[in-house]
Design a protein around this ligand. Structure first.
Ligand code: ACM
Length: 647
């Protein structure tokens, strides 16, 4: 009998079910650590992929799998990884996977074999993603033949480390999550107005000054992040050693990291460290520097391209960046440049005139071309946001189109022989709200402007409607963007990214004719179990638990108690107070009491969400929230939730 079709995400191009099952380590007890009876046999050039598989299997099964290049080794069951007779039409990232009762064979080039491993893991029970040896699990996979290759070569996720800081280990966790979804490009936004995050040896103030700001900002509860230093400043940065370590970790997962160094706009952090590279004229907007909490207003965060020393400074930075990141592409931003200073600063006006440049848009194009030319001397290609081509086509540059609309910049780039990556706000901004605005503070944490539902992300058509068929190959692929203004922690990041990134992974991988939203959401039920075992947060699309309620409120600030003993848990315990009808209840502060003694309290900080630090829950103790609250009339009804993302 054929097994039910397994729930693979992204869906392979061809999957033929066969009869029977393969069992990892047949007839072995599960005492750990045990050397597995199943051997992983590899060609010598696939040793890394074999070791990766063995380490995944060790963590969840507790068995040590021997990885051997002796492909004729006798074993009860074998998993063979080989490039031998790989189908050339499947390309570098395609693979064949044959699961039979006594063997698994994955055939392809190294990247393809890596993706075959991901499919094999998804054929096994979801516990295969467990972070600790899982007991009582039958490690079986249905027999199947898979022939698979991705639709697009750029399968990306953008992480913004500038608005909020994510540690080296958190970045590695994101890379692990990408691998599960066969994503191959991490676009890493490393600086902006609010921070500079990458150590540059020649210009040390970039991180000494630019990596730290006064507060968490964006109206967020400061307890939603741990990225504060001893002086109470918010931030952090990656040393060059950190970067090298992360790049190796990514390479082992066949992921290319594309660093983004923003220029000429969104550069207030760099200019706070080195104001001499801004325009600086008396009528220019200069700063306020030293206050990274002020965002890019009227051009204060814009470099001056007319100063030769500015170009030298940027080239120094890009030289160190290209030494650290081995990939073909360096992203240089280029979005939302405010031209205010360029139109006032005589040096820029004079340079524009001498070049015969009529508009500030063309002046940006001139700047972009100079940077693209410099990148070419390093054998690299720049990427820029939609506005990069504001002043016309830039050579040695790929366009990343985020602007949704009929005047598609991607179409302009692609029809002029350039390449484009699609990341329109309408379907790829997965930092936006996922459900609906009524969910704010309840089913979703603080969010950014628009909405991108799971269905919208899944339905995305990466090929611009106006693009003639002859140019579709110039669309490299799709990327989900997580701008981090409202993403202060790893858990928030994953909550925003998943499951929409699962949908975009399938947009990128699977032939459009095979896609089906109902089928996808059915597979997602199993896939979310995988995410659970892997410890990856996601939006569960469900209202979180209600832990208390009120049916009236005092008319002047007074204490009101709510018993939450049955709901409390250790760690950061989050509550959201939502007025559902009647007069809105204002909250001055909320305390957490244990047996009547205050163990924590928070003042209202602009949001109805309070985060309590609970060191541990004492058996038999009573826990209460004590709010100091009031309403205009006593008629106030509301609910207190324990929001999803911390579940
Ligand atoms: C962007 O969202 N400003 C690229």
């Amino acid at each position: 009998m054929l097994a039910a079709t397994p729930a693979i995400i992204p869906l392979p191009q061809l999957m033929q079910m066969q009869s029977g099952t393969f069992t990892l380590c047949p007839s072995q007890s599960t005492t750990t650590p045990l050397t597995a009876s199943t051997k992983i046999l590899v060609d010598s050039q696939l040793r890394h992929e074999g070791e990766y598989l063995a380490s995944q299997l060790l963590r969840s099964t507790g068995f040590r799998f021997e990885v051997s290049t002796n492909t004729s080794l006798a074993a009860k069951t074998t998993i063979l990884l080989t490039t031998n007779t790989a189908l050339s039409n499947l390309g570098a990232e395609g693979y064949e996977l044959t699961v039979a009762t006594n063997s698994v064979v994955i055939r392809g080039q190294a990247a393809g074999v890596f993706y075959g491993i991901q499919t094999l893991l998804q054929l096994l029970p979801p516990q295969i993603y467990s972070q600790h040896p899982a007991t009582n699990t039958a490690w079986t996979a249905p027999c199947v033949y898979v022939q698979d290759t991705p639709r697009f070569s750029w399968r990306g996720w953008m992480i913004d480390s500038a608005r909020h800081f994510f540690t080296k280990d958190e970045i590695k966790r994101y890379l692990d999550a990408m691998a599960i979804h066969k994503l191959n490009t991490l676009h890493w936004h490393l600086d902006d107005d609010t921070a500079w995050r990458i150590e540059i040896k020649k210009w040390p103030l970039l991180t000494q000054v630019g990596a730290w700001r006064n507060g968490i900002d964006f109206g967020l509860n400061s307890r939603s992040s741990t990225a504060f230093n001893d002086a109470g400043k918010y931030g952090g940065f990656y040393t060059q050693d950190d970067i090298r370590e992360i790049v190796i970790y990514a390479t082992q997962r066949h992921i290319t990291i594309v660093p983004e160094i923003e220029m000429p706009g969104h550069s207030l952090a760099a200019l706070t460290a080195y104001p001499q590279f801004g325009c600086g004229c008396s009528t220019c907007q200069n700063g306020p520097y030293g206050n990274l909490d002020v965002v890019n207003s009227n051009g204060s965060g814009v470099f001056c391209p007319a100063r030769p020393e500015t170009l030298a400074f940027l080239q120094d930075i890009l030289s160190e960046v290209t030494d650290l990141f081995p990939g073909q592409y360096i992203h240089i931003g280029g979005d939302e440049v405010t031209y205010y200073n360029w139109a006032r600063h005589q040096l820029d006006i004079d340079l524009g005139n001498s070049l015969g440049i009529g508009t500030t848009q063309q002046y940006q194009g001139y700047f972009a071309q100079r940077i693209a030319n410099f990148a070419a001397t390093k054998g690299r290609t720049i990427i820029g946001w939609s506005e990069l081509f504001n002043g016309g086509f830039v050579t040695n540059a790929v366009l990343m189109d985020w602007l949704t609309g009929t005047s598609s910049r991607a179409t302009f780039a692609a029809t002029n022989g350039g390449k484009a990556i699609m990341t329109p706000t309408s379907s790829c901004y997965i930092n936006f709200l996922e459900t609906s605005s009524t969910g704010k503070w309840i089913s979703e944490p603080p969010w950014q402007s628009g909405t991108v539902t799971l269905a919208t992300a899944y339905a995305m058509n990466p090929i611009p409607a106006a693009l003639p068929a002859a140019y579709t190959n110039n669309i490299l692929g799709v990327q989900g963007n997580c701008w981090a203004e409202y993403i202060p922690s790893r858990v928030d990041m994953e909550f925003r990214a998943f499951p929409r990134l699962c949908a975009l992974a399938e947009v990128n991988w699977t032939a459009p004719g095979l896609k089906n939203y109902t089928d996808f959401t059915n597979r997602l039920v199993i896939h979310e179990q995988r995410l659970d075992f892997a410890g990856i947060s996601y939006n569960p699309h469900a209202d979180p638990p209600i832990i208390a309620s009120w049916t009236s409120a005092p008319l002047s600030y007074s204490p009101v108690d709510w018993d939450i003993t049955s709901s409390i848990s250790a760690g950061d315990f989050v509550t959201s107070f939502i007025t559902t009808s009647g007069s809105s209840m204002a909250i001055q502060s909320v305390a957490l009491l244990e047996n009547g003694l205050q163990i924590d309290s928070q003042s209202y900080s602009g949001t109805p969400t309070f985060i309590f630090r609970v060191p541990g829950v004492r058996r038999g103790a009573t826990y209460k929230l004590r709010g100091t609250v009031q309403a205009a009339t006593t008629n106030s009804l509301g609910l207190i939730y324990h929001p999803n993302k911390w579940n």
